[in-house]
Design a protein around this ligand. Structure first.
Ligand SMILES: Cc1cc2nc3c(=O)[nH]c(=O)nc-3n(C[C@H](O)[C@H](O)[C@H](O)COP(=O)(O)OP(=O)(O)OC[C@H]3O[C@@H](n4cnc5c(N)ncnc54)[C@H](O)[C@@H]3O)c2cc1C
Length: 387
């Protein structure tokens, strides 16, 4: 068992940490409150190669794995900049195209992922289908060589920043007549694709949207992969990187909150000469949260290692567990940080309550804690499905 990062990964961690700290949580919150995006941070991270660490070298990337991308997600979050677009664009969309795209699609899209100049978001969730992707109602029909897509998607992150959205739709199988999933690379300015911004109680420069697809016409090569058979494996290809990187973002956010709180409680004195951190009623909840975050980090490391070793099934179990653990740990850490900071915890200045909405959402998205428990109950514990 090896808990050490490689020297290159250590360097990556230090470098991303330094970059994140140069921007920091105030920058993130200011952008969110003014309705702007963290474009400067994204572009600089792209120029430095941090957004393309998991893209193969032949397409201009770093040639690393999800372990490397998880480091980038965690360290930016630990600096107070949890960027959800890292999860949807380089983790999900780039992995799907790398593993299941055609060679033409890899050549066309991967260099842009590698330097961060291309953002592709991901749309699976629908208003009616919810957690049950078997009920997807977005349909792709053949029209000559073209495809026509119609349907609705909800909560889709970052559409206003992206050039393309990877849409999960259903197609009719010519041989069986059954509907099966397929992924389409849809330009965000395609005629027939409209969006409306959702008002979310999350302080974030990244927004969520409702998407309406009304006979969006796409060329044949908008379909990911050589044929419709690529659809299901392509969809599953994105899941493990998604779970692992979103977990890393949660762990980083937890670290950030605990650090802010520990600095405060180690110096704040309200009863004579003692710091509030000397009271176990203050230090134990913080220490407990630190233990939970560290346990989650261990699971993330395991999941990423399994994934990078090509052990997808084991990575699936570990990735789900890591996502669950990190989602819970991040929510606990931020809530605890707010509590031990007292009134200061609720101010914008101290920069922890600003994360309450994000960590709460992290227990719901991209996969809810209940659906992870269902997965573990069925696939690890051998229980029957109730649904
Ligand atoms: C901030 C944010 C960003 C998001 N970004 C994206 C994005 O970029 N792209 C995208 O496609 N989606 C995105 N989503 C959507 C997200 O993935 C879904 O919200 C999530 O999968 C839950 O689906 P739902 O909201 O439809 O809840 P529902 O499926 O309606 O579920 C509601 C509740 O019931 C529970 N539940 C449902 N079925 C079961 C069951 N069988 N057993 C036990 N409990 C169950 C759920 O766990 C949940 O608590 C985002 C959501 C948020 C909040």
């Amino acid at each position: 068992m090896n808990f050490d990062l490689t020297p290159e990964q250590d360097q990556l961690r230090d470098a991303v940490r330094a970059l994140g700290r140069r921007y920091g949580h105030d920058y993130f919150v200011t952008k969110a409150r003014s309705g702007e995006h963290t474009t400067e941070l994204w572009d600089e991270a792209g120029r430095l190669g941090y957004l393309g660490v998991n893209i193969p070298t032949e397409y201009g990337g770093g040639g690393g794995g999800i372990t490397d991308l998880a480091i980038v997600c965690e360290e930016l979050a630990a600096a107070g900049c949890p960027l959800l677009l890292l999860v949807v664009s380089p983790a999900i969309a780039a992995t799907v195209i790398t593993r299941h795209g055609t060679e033409e699609q890899r050549k066309r899209f991967l260099p842009g992922f590698a330097d961060g100049s291309l953002k592709v978001v991901f749309a699976i969730t629908e208003p009616e289908a919810g957690s049950n992707f078997h009920r997807l109602g977005t349909v792709a029909r053949r029209d000559g060589d073209d495809w026509l897509l119609s349907g609705r998607k909800c909560f889709i992150s970052g559409v206003d920043e992206a050039s393309y959205v990877l849409v999960v739709a259903r197609t009719e199988d010519a041989t069986t007549g059954k509907l099966k999933p397929a992924l389409f690379i849809v330009p965000t300015d395609a005629p027939g694709l409209t969006r409306s911004k959702l008002d979310m109680e999350i302080v974030s420069p990244e927004n969520q949207f409702l998407l309406y697809l009304d006979d969006v016409r796409l060329p044949a090569d908008a379909l990911v992969g050589e044929s419709l058979d690529a659809g299901l494996p392509a969809l599953f290809a994105g899941l493990n990187p998604e779970r692992i990187t979103v977990a890393a973002m949660g762990a980083g956010t937890g670290r950030y909150a605990i650090e802010r709180a520990s600095e405060y409680t180690a110096t704040r004195k309200v009863w004579g000469g003692r710091t509030i951190g000397s009271h176990q009623g203050v230090s134990h909840p913080l220490a407990h949260a630190a233990v939970q975050v560290e346990l989650a980090r261990l699971m993330i490391h395991k999941a990423a290692t399994l994934y990078d070793a090509g052990r997808d099934l084991e990575a699936g179990v570990a990735g789900n567990m890591a996502k669950y653990a990190a989602g819970e740990a991040a929510a606990l850490a931020v809530d605890t940080a707010v509590q031990v900071l007292g009134g200061a915890g609720m101010t914008t200045e101290y920069g922890v309550a600003t994360l309450l909405g994000a960590v709460r959402a992290g227990r719901i998205a991209p996969v809810s804690r209940e659906m992870i428990l269902n997965f573990v109950a069925q696939h690890v514990l051998g229980q029957d499905k109730s649904y």
